[in-house]
Write a protein that binds this ligand. Sequence first.
Ligand SMILES: C[S@@+](CC[C@H](N)C(=O)[O-])C[C@H]1O[C@@H](n2cnc3c(N)ncnc32)[C@H](O)[C@@H]1O
Length: 270
Amino acid sequence: MKETAVYTHGHHESVLRSHRWRTAENSAAYLIGELRPGMSVLDVGCGPGTITADLAELVAPGGRVTAVDAAADVLEQARAYVARRAPGAPVEFATADVHALDFPDDSFDVVHAHQVLQHVGDPVRALREMRRVCRPGGIVAARDADYAAMTWFPPTPGLEDWQSLYRRVARANGGEPDAGRRLLSWARAAGFTEVASSATAWCFATPEEVAWWSSLWADRTTASAYASIATSGHHATPEALTAIAEAWRAWGAAPDAWFSVLNGEILARA
Ligand SMILES: C[S@@+](CC[C@H](N)C(=O)[O-])C[C@H]1O[C@@H](n2cnc3c(N)ncnc32)[C@H](O)[C@@H]1O
């Protein structure tokens, strides 16, 4: 089976601005304690590769990382990033759809996907495929945001419009924006019996964090793939998107602005 969902965000600069901030420490802390030198890791949906590079450091010396993504353009950016940051690091890149990975059974010690399962057409099948390529006793790790559980201050009706519009568009694209709360049930449906489930939050509260988060979402709302899908799918008019972008900028200028993104996590034993 090939992927049926459309990746809602696309890889516009405003999207990558947020993905490039991610590190293993701020986005895969639940997995770090499982990693050892010498391990082989598959990073599924690696995006621009900042977490991938951290994973490679965490399994050095002797380890190796294979990074795959459905989008060839972002994979090239990941390749360039890793080459700049860690020339000669044992990281390989390939395009792949998580529903049909081109690797033999039992190829990796750890199979990881960060903010990917929310975007795919069949997350249960994706998890089965991740388990197939993971050696018995290895770890399948996934972490996804939960859009309905995102919360912020001050209350801003325009951000409520953003939240409900984003969730409608993501579902129309075949994804599940409230994935965080579903990861455990998807893992059980995929046949995993040993699953540790947890949740951690990103919190943006300093003036710099608030300025970064609000401006990237304002830009995403009018300029990313999500914006074109929202208008071409008749989920929103260009005027409504402009109003949401303005709401993001107004929220970002509010005193004591605060935003939290809840993320669900699973460590499933293959
Ligand atoms: C939100 S980004 C996360 C990128 C990276 N893991 C990170 O957290 O910075 C999701 C990535 O998953 C990729 N993706 C979406 N559907 C996919 C699929 N079916 N198979 C593999 N990758 C997929 C997208 O192209 C995108 O780069």
